[in-house]
Design a protein. Sequence first.
Length: 353
Amino acid sequence: MTDDKTKLLRSLTIDRSANKAERSSSRRLPISAAIVACVVAFAAFAAFEFRRQYPPKETASQIASAPQSETPQPERTTTNNKAAGSLAASGYVVARRKATVAAEITGKVVEVFIDEGMTVNDGQIVARLDSVLAEKDYELARSRVETADAAVAAITADLEDATRIMSRVQTLSQKNFATEADLTKAQARVGVLSAQLRQAKSQFETATIDAKRSGSMLDKHQIRAPFAGVVIDRSAQPGEMISPMSVGGYTRTGICTIVDMDSIEIEVDVNEAFIGRVVPGGAVSAMLDAYPDWTIPASVIAIVPTANREKATVKVRIRFDKKDPRILPDMAVKVNFLVEAKGKGAAEATAAN
């Protein structure tokens, strides 16, 4: 019985050595985990720095499988690139001679003799205005000219007769067959008729000038083409009122628009940073947006001596080396200035000589 109690009491006692071992093992576990985490983080950082400094090279299979869209486009890299030997710019086809034909007077359109696309000659009548009153004024002016001319003829005849009478009176006066009063009267008659003749001639000249003015006003009722070209727009119709200035309402100011196709050229805006590469007479290749596969030879006419402050560009005029009916005004066009290529060819020619 006593032995049993002794065993029971021993089983209830706490083993201090076991508790110490458990506590020491629980303290070592977080320290080991922290050390392992530090080692892993250092290894990842070292791998990142190594890959950043020494990037991996692409293999041949990776290069071959790369998409073609990632390859650089030649057009993009050569634009405005001095090493490429050409300078690109864009602009429009313009006509140096382009006019809206209008009347110099106000009147009603009676006839229009042109239409879009029609070719007209210099001075050809394109329209006619109502000219009834102008014709009457011209007839009246011509009648005044005829009246003044008849007056000049009548006074001239009277003057000739008075001059003959004065000569006879002078002869008779020298022989004492005529009095001094008769001679004075004959001389006065000649003087009066001479003054009347000068007045009649002046009136004749005035009537002639008035008749020419009336004729010019009558001619203004026929609207003519200022130069040879092609009609690109017809504005007025028969029955409409037309005036050289806008007066409101339904009054038009133009009959048609004519373009001289022989005067078409190209105007482009070149960045002022590259304008030094453009020279007058330099070779240019032009491509119309309407015909992208057609390269048109051209050359520089002139560099307009002013710059656009807002766009930082300089305007350049370019001529077509050969005209073509397909080239129309206001078409969009792209050009390449072959300046350096020309200079290189000249340098090679000089070296060869």
